[in-house]
Write a protein that binds this ligand. Structure first.
Ligand code: AMP
Ligand code: MG
Length: 420
């Protein structure tokens, strides 16, 4: 009697949260920084705290076009017309306001010494531009923007590890910064694998050979990497061949921080990525309990921490590739750039659909917000159907084993947040 061969030990797939925590631990921020002009810093990550050298606004100034007054002059109602003793446009500074006079003042102009309120011109009656009657009650301080009310001198306006937005560029400029220290762009080598792949533009649709498909992953992956501030080396398509794969990975490792591949990371004989990485370095993470996106891999290509590059292998199926990029590669790349806050919190939303095919894995369903604020489901959730990611405006993060009925509250993450 032949003995039963030993069965491989069952290895449960890694939960997404564990995989992400592990990835983020590997993603130690790059040490390189660079100086860029504030104009060019949108989306970059600040490499040091930004401290303000002045108050913003620098001095008390008018919030309105109108007249600067001394409240003490206006206690008697009705007040006699008061002469206009000076004119202060924005960009100039007036002199001390003489008692029982007003100053013509414009939005942004400094409040003259002695004045303690501004009356907007709509509340004044002007006589020949020479004197003004004021017929409203006054509050001391009204329509005055105080020095330092936005930023005070010495305050940290932006912190190291913050990703710069258009508004933060404006804030940096408001404290006088025309150049900012930011983390260097991660250098990423991008490969697609698969002998079936054809580049759009090389073969017209009517001439595509049997079994061939266009390489779509390469396009969205490159765009996603660029959005995240990476310097991308697009290294094309690697054939399904062990030597070619090993050579491509080896030569990319020296000049890059990360090698990102799509396809070839499953369990078939034509999947050469995994053994190639193992032969050049090590594989630290493989297969995650999510759908789509199970065959995700992380490792290191190269001899040691100094010489080599991070490796991330994405599944070949386009939606799997897209979703795993957003859930795992995005936070990884932000952390490499020193971003302190990489997590995205799902929000509660109402499902306006039925999902009866509960899966063992945590599932990310392509959905779209409808006019009544609920979520509609794309009818085909196959991992090859890229239309779902274009039609949808986000993902429902559905726990393992969970069915969904109309009216259920689900966890929703928008693509807008995941693509920012
Ligand atoms: P793989 O992970 O290599 O087994 O590929 C899984 C599926 O994704 C196969 O149907 C491939 O043809 C498809 N695929 C792999 N790479 C790409 C790509 N770059 N663009 C479009 N489809 C791809
Ligand atoms: Mg393949």
């Amino acid at each position: 009697m032949t003995p039963t061969p030993p069965r491989p030990a069952f290895k449960p797939l890694k939960p997404l949260d564990d995989a992400l925590a592990q990835l983020l631990a590997y993603a130690q921020p790059l040490a390189r920084t660079e100086q860029v002009t504030t104009f060019e810093a949108d989306g970059r990550v600040l490499a040091q705290d930004l401290v303000s050298g002045l108050h913003v606004p620098p001095q008390d100034n008018s919030a309105m076009d109108g007249y600067a007054v001394r409240c003490a002059d206006l206690v008697a109602m009705p007040v006699p017309p008061l002469p206009v003793s000076q004119r202060i446009p924005a960009g100039s500074s007036g002199s001390a306001l003489a008692p029982m006079t007003v100053a013509r003042i414009f939005t942004g102009a400094p409040i003259p010494a002695g004045a303690d309120a501004v009356v907007m011109q709509e509340d004044c009656e002007v006589h020949d531009n020479a004197s003004v009657s004021i017929n409203t009650a006054l509050q001391p301080g009204q329509w005055i923007r105080r020095a330092g009310e936005d930023v005070s001198r010495g305050a940290v306006v932006l912190r190291k590890g913050e990703r710069l937005t258009p508004a933060s560029l404006g804030l940096a400029a408001s404290v006088g910064m025309n150049v900012l220290a930011v983390s260097a762009r991660p250098k990423v080598a991008l490969f697609s694998t698969g002998d079936e792949l054809v580049m759009p533009g090389t073969v017209p649709p009517q001439d595509m050979p049997p079994g061939a498909i266009y390489n779509s992953n390469r396009f969205f992956l490159k765009a996603l990497l660029q959005r995240l501030g990476c310097e991308v080396s697009d290294l094309g398509i690697v054939p399904d061949d062990r030597t070619a794969t090993t050579d491509a990975l080896r030569s990319a490792a020296a000049q890059h921080d990360l090698i990102l591949t799509s396809g070839g990371v499953s369990v078939g004989e034509e999947d050469h990525i995994k053994p190639a990485v193992q032969s050049l370095g090590h594989l630290d993470l493989w297969q995650i309990a999510i759908k789509p996106g199970k065959p995700f891999a992380y490792g290191w290509v190269g001899a040691g921490a100094e010489a080599g590059a991070h490796f991330i292998g994405l599944p070949g199926n386009p939606v799997s590739s897209f979703v795993t990029f957003l859930l795992l590669v995005r936070p990884f790349l932000l952390k490499l750039q020193g971003v302190s806050q990489v997590a995205i919190a799902p929000v509660a939303a109402r499902a306006d659909f039925t999902w009866s095919r509960a899966d063992k894995r945590r599932e990310f369903l392509r959905v779209k917000r409808n006019a009544s604020g609920g979520l509609d489901l794309f009818p085909n959730q196959s991992s090859g159907v890229l239309t779902s990611a274009v039609w949808g405006d986000g993902l429902v993060d559905n726990p393992p084993g969970q069915t969904i009925a109309p009216g259920d509250v689900v966890r929703f993450v928008s693509f807008a947040e995941l693509l920012a």
